[in-house]
Design a protein around this ligand. Structure first.
Ligand SMILES: [Zn+2]
Length: 181
């Protein structure tokens, strides 16, 4: 059976982007944990999750051992910009993405945008981002995607997320359970 890995892209409060309403470092852990709860309780699926004290190198090394080609990994992040107007969700995939990666990333993006009622910024090649090649997308071989849920620097995105985050966790768990069945 395929495995799903849920990774909180950060290690707690103050370790990511900080907005007025959302602290990325804490929120990625909250969202990962809630999706995990739903997968366990509703679908009897135990996801692979990262340990909050591990650094990126350790996480990548462990996932390299844990996951194989057809397994799926979602790395959870929130976006930020110095332009307060920047808004919406996006999903980054490897530069040489497979058709499976493109398809799953599109489905994940759709669920996030529909649930939160925010703009879709599209599925993007990792090379199009500000960081170039990402260890979480190219450091191990499986169906890889990096979710940027919304902008913590945008008040409307942040409010919509906080109002709907419980439903978002549920809807992502439902989507993932469909991928693994
Ligand atoms: Zn991040």
């Amino acid at each position: 059976m395929k495995k799903i890995a849920l990774i909180s892209g950060h290690r707690g409060r103050g370790t990511g982007a900080v907005g007025l309403q959302i602290d990325e470092g804490a929120e990625t852990i909250w969202l990962r944990n809630r999706i995990e709860d739903h997968l366990c309780q509703k679908y009897n699926i135990v996801p692979v999750v990262d340990c909050d004290t591990d650094n990126l190198n350790t996480v990548v090394k462990e996932l390299r051992h844990e996951l194989s080609k057809t397994d799926i990994c979602i790395d959870i992040h929130f976006n930020a910009s110095t332009a307060a107007s920047a808004n919406g969700a996006e999903v980054l995939i490897p530069a040489s993405a497979t058709s499976d990666e493109k398809k799953r990333a599109g489905e994940l993006l759709q669920v996030v945008c529909d649930t939160l009622g925010i703009k879709s910024r599209g599925v993007k090649d990792e090379a199009s981002g500000q960081h170039g090649k990402l260890a979480m997308l190219s450091g191990f071989d499986c169906v890889n995607m990096l979710l940027e849920v919304c902008f913590v620097s945008n008040p409307t995105d942040s409010s919509k997320y906080l109002a709907k985050r419980e439903i978002l966790a549920l809807n992502i768990a439902r989507l993932v359970s469909g991928w693994l069945s």
